[in-house]
Design a protein around this ligand. Structure first.
Ligand SMILES: Nc1ncnc2c1ncn2[C@@H]1O[C@H](COP(=O)(O)OP(=O)(O)OP(=O)(O)O)[C@@H](O)[C@H]1O
Length: 449
């Protein structure tokens, strides 16, 4: 056992409590003597395992207090494996308990060895399930920092994982703020070059005459003011990854020089004669339509084939249904953590506004909007007004009606599953055939938490 599992023992008989404590050497025992205590301790420890005597005070002869405790404990710690201990031959209540979400039952009188076996097995199952949950959560966000549940965007993430280890040049296409830089960094991190430098340069942000020396470096005396030899970004990235952002904005003169570098893998510093071999992985990004630029003579076709050995297109937020709200919630979590404040909730109208807005600036724009809303909103809720989004008029009425219908159906399914499982998240998720994180996201969306 890696760390000791918490075992909550709910048993009003002090002697039995003591006896059980000795059987479960190796577990972190948390004793409780009645329902209220059991629930409070379940909340505090979220124990992996619970042994629950169904006959609890004030009426130990009757299982009702124990069954109520079971439900409340599971509401606090939905993943817990609860084993109920029933009176001799009380099969009816044992089955009731299992129907309410108990993992198993055991009849008194207690035989320590058998009970220990049962608890050990439950512990194993718990850790298997925990591992599964961890893996499921990972696959929801396959690349660190890149959030999405959209099949198209997730496909791009999988491609990034696949191509990262190869040295091929990658072109990332996508509107501004769609996470091109995050994915470029992921390519680097998942490659054999991760220990070396990741060097980023934005071709649109630097004037043409400076860009050349930024990229290639220069020798002393190469031009007025060049008073010492300076290494360019390409050389600086040697052994690592060079990220050329906004490659579509690279002037034609430099396109020719870059092409030569990509073909020969050597550079010459400005004013220098020596050609220097450089081993770098190149990742490029652009929000422009390079094919159209090629037709208009603004981008070299031969360079395009060099930089686009692998081309990945990140879909914009408005084409990823559900992602806007998912990302908004994740940002609220992040800002709450950063500012050590309780997490704000979005009102249903705010969620509607987020879904209806086209997000031309994608996640970057959303970061700004949410950050501002957190500052502007008073109280725990963020209302649609706090977001101050200008939702375009008209247009999507049919789409909206369909969306309303879908939302309503979704809402009803979630509410019914939650009430049927009496608020037990794991059970409700099971009924709906979705994972717990997805259910939590839906509950947030409908403000059901
Ligand atoms: N899928 C995502 N999940 C979480 N954060 C994201 C996602 N996409 C983008 N971001 C965030 O949005 C901001 C912009 O992302 P990034 O700089 O990678 O976009 P970009 O496509 O390179 O934008 P630009 O073309 O404007 O430079 C960053 O703060 C990034 O963390």
């Amino acid at each position: 056992m890696g760390h000791a599992n918490h075992l909550l023992i709910v048993e009003d008989d002090k002697g039995l409590q003591e006896q059980l404590r000795w059987c479960f050497d190796g577990y972190e025992i948390v004793p409780a003597f009645d329902r209220a205590e059991a629930v409070a301790l379940a909340r505090r420890y979220e124990p992996e395992l619970v042994l629950l005597d169904l006959g609890l005070p004030p009426d130990p002869a009757n299982a009702s207090e124990g069954l109520a405790a079971l439900q409340e404990v599971l509401a606090e710690a939905p993943e817990s494996k609860v084993i109920v201990v029933t009176g001799n031959d009380d099969r009816e209540n044992a089955l009731k308990a299992v129907a309410l979400g108990a993992y198993d039952f055991y009849g008194k009188p207690v035989d320590p060895d058998t009970l220990r076996l049962l608890v050990d097995r439950a512990a194993q199952l718990y850790s298997l399930e925990a591992e599964n949950r961890r893996l499921a959560q990972q696959s929801a966000s396959p690349l660190e920092g890149f959030l999405s549940s959209d099949p198209g965007a997730l496909q791009v993430c999988r491609m990034v994982e696949r191509v990262a280890p190869a040295d091929a040049t990658v072109l990332l296409r996508g509107e501004s703020g769609t996470g091109k830089e995050i994915l470029a960094r992921a390519v680097h991190r998942l490659s054999g070059r991760r220990e070396q430098r990741f060097v980023a340069i934005n071709c649109a942000a630097i004037p043409e005459n400076l860009l050349e020396s930024e990229l290639f470096g220069y020798e002393k005396g190469a031009f007025t003011g060049a008073n010492r030899q300076t290494i360019g970004k390409i050389e600086y990235a040697s052994g690592g990854t060079l990220f050329l952002d906004e490659i579509g904005d690279l002037p034609l003169s430099l396109q020719a020089k870059l092409l030569r570098f990509l073909q020969e893998r050597t550079i010459e510093r400005l004013g220098g004669r020596q050609s220097i071999e450089v081993d770098v992985r190149v990742v490029c990004a652009t929000h422009r339509d390079l094919a159209e630029m090629i037709r208009d003579g603004g981008f070299r076709e031969d360079l395009f084939y060099r930089v686009a050995e692998i081309e990945l297109t990140i879909p914009p937020l408005r084409e990823r249904p559900g992602d806007a709200v998912l990302v908004a919630h994740a940002l609220l979590d992040r800002f709450a953590r950063e500012q050590r404040q309780p997490r704000r909730l979005l009102t249903p109208e705010a969620i509607d506004a987020i879904e209806a807005y086209p997000w031309p600036g994608n996640v970057r724009e959303m970061e700004n909007v949410i950050r501002r809303a957190v500052i502007m909103a008073d109280g725990k809720k963020i209302a649609a007004e706090d977001l101050a989004l200008e939702v375009p008029e008209g247009g999507g009425e049919d789409r909206l009606r369909l969306k309303d219908a879908r939302e309503q159906a979704e809402y009803q399914a979630v509410v019914r599953a939650l009430s049927r499982s009496n608020g037990n998240i794991a059970q409700a998720a099971g009924l709906l055939g979705i994972t717990r994180p997805t259910l939590y996201t839906l509950m947030d969306k409908f403000a059901l938490r």
